[in-house]
Every structure is written in C-alpha cells, then in structure tokens.
Design a protein around this ligand. Structure first.
Ligand code: MN
Ligand code: MN
Length: 299
C-alpha cells in the first residue's frame, strides 16, 4: 500500500512568464512511451507480478523501490507543466459572452486549456494518452531488468532532447534533477544485471555519451551527491543494499543508501482562474464557503 507526502521531491520554481511550448514538450516526459508514467507503471507491474519475492529479495526490492520513486517523478513533471502554463490566463469577461479564451486558440496543445483547466495531461507531446501496452513484464528477471536498463536510457535520450528544445529555467531545473535520478536507476539496473550475468553493463553508460556533469542544471544536484544515492521509499526494501554498493565510477564517492525519502521541496499552489471556470465560483465565494466549513467544524 502507499502513503503520500504532500511535497515535491525537489523545489520546482514557477516560471516568471508562461511557456506553453515548453509545457507541450515536457508532456512527452509525462505520458510518452519513455515518460515517467511508463517507468512508474513498468516497475509497478513488475513488482506486482514478481515471483519468488523472498528468494530474490534484493531484485524485488530494487524494482519496487525505484517504482515508488517514479511516482514522485510523475508528480514533478506535472508541476513543471503546470508551472510552464501558469500566467497563460484567458483575458476577458466571461459574463459578457465575448471570446475570453480566444487568446489560447494558437496554443500548442489545446487540451491543456479545454479539458485540463491549464494543467498537466496523462499524454505525450501530441496529446495521445499514455498506453498500458508500454508496460513490458515478461516474468524473466534478466529480460525485465534489461528492459528497464533500456527504458531508463530511452527516457534519458528523450529528456536530453527536450532539454535542447527549451531553455525554460523551470523545465531545465526539473530536468537537471531527473538526469541525476535516472542516472541512478540506469546504474542500479546495470549493477543488478552484472550480479546476475557477469556482463559489465556499466561500460555502456552514459547513453547518450554526454555526462550529467556537463549539464549546468544537473551539476548542483551532483555536487549534493544525488547521483550516488538511493532513497528508501519503504522500510521493507533494505535488501537492495546487496546490489547498490561500492564506489561511483566517476570518483565522487561511495554509492549510498539513505533511510527515508529525500527532504523534498514545497508543493506549489497556483491561483484559480475564474475566466476558465477553475474553480467555478469567484475566489471570494470559495473562500467564504471554506470559512463556513471551518466555523461549522468548530461547532
Ligand atoms: Mn523517473
Ligand atoms: Mn527512472
């Protein structure tokens, strides 16, 4: 089962200006074939269907733990999309029957505004819904781990391309963090495969051959050692320590296991947009209703 912490895994600045183009590109990292919804659901189903959990505990723990972290990555991508759409408010008076949302007509993904109230969608950059057939779970442990290694590197390739498409500071901050975390996941799956097969998977890393340290937005996270740490997202997954051990090959220090989740950043809280009926009432009305609820609760 799951508990939820009302924080983001890392602070996500809200951009000063709206950037709907960046929001559309970042959608690929949400619901695309190699997006965070895919890493989440691949590792979730692999953990649900895992046979011999006790006999193969370190491998089960690794997949289940990384899967749990991915849920927070989905949340982070959503925060980045919301941030990039913030400030793109429709202008006008909805009570007068004018086309108050006309300014949004040339936005790259109209569904952001029509169906999601200027929010993130469970889709790729075309607006195509995330698809359950993106999940690969053969039940063969080596093959599933090999797939996960491939998935992490496919995800990294997509992220690098989005990084090169936009210099939006919020999108890039999020990417800088996710490069370091995806690097941990790719390395962890490589190490698990090495334990099982003896094949030196880590020699392929990084894919593509661009080191995270070369990306200015990843460097601060690497200085804090995010690329060396696995966080325990459950007290039951400690056996992954039999896989995640030794030193990072970049010479920066030991691979570490941290008890509990990262400190995290604050949960963003964006203003409602009455022109888009989100929420439906004016702010003042909603606040008044909330006050009444509190007063009733106090009796
Ligand atoms: Mn991820
Ligand atoms: Mn990952």
């Amino acid at each position: 089962m799951f508990m939820r912490i009302d924080k983001l895994q890392v602070d996500m600045p809200i951009p000063k200006d709206p950037d709907p183009q960046a929001a559309a590109a970042v959608q690929e990292l949400m619901g695309g074939r190699f997006g965070e919804m895919s890493t989440l659901m691949n590792y979730m189903f692999q953990s649900y269907n895992f046979r011999n959990k006790e006999k193969l505990r370190p491998y089960y723990a690794l997949i289940a733990n990384i899967g749990t972290e991915e849920l927070g990555h989905v949340e982070l991508i959503a925060a980045a999309v919301n941030g990039c759409l913030n400030g793109q408010e429709p202008k006008g008076d909805m009570t007068k029957g004018d086309a108050s949302m006309e300014s949004l007509l040339d936005m790259p993904l109209l569904q952001h505004h029509i169906m999601y109230g200027q929010g993130a969608m469970p889709t790729d950059s075309r607006g195509e819904g995330w698809n359950g057939s993106y999940v690969f779970n053969s039940g063969n442990l080596v093959l599933d781990l090999l797939h996960n290694f491939f998935l992490e590197n496919g995800a990294r390739t997509a992220k690098l391309r989005v990084y090169q498409m936009t210099d939006n500071p919020a999108a890039r901050q999020m990417l800088g963090y996710l490069f370091t975390r995806g690097g941990v996941h790719a390395r962890a799956y490589a190490m698990a495969l090495e334990e099982l097969t003896g094949v030196e998977m880590h020699k392929m890393l990084p894919i593509p051959k661009i080191e995270d340290i070369q990306l200015p937005e990843a460097k601060p996270f690497m200085d804090d050692g995010y690329h060396r740490k696995i966080y325990h997202f459950s007290q039951h997954y400690e056996d992954l320590k039999y896989i995640w051990k030794g030193d990072h090959p970049d010479g920066s220090g030991p691979l570490e296991i941290i008890e509990g989740p990262p400190d995290g950043g604050r949960m963003n809280d964006l203003e409602g947009i009455s022109e888009a009926f989100t929420p439906e009432y004016t702010k003042e009305e909603i606040f008044e209703m909330a006050q009444k609820l509190y007063q009733k609760a106090k009796g």
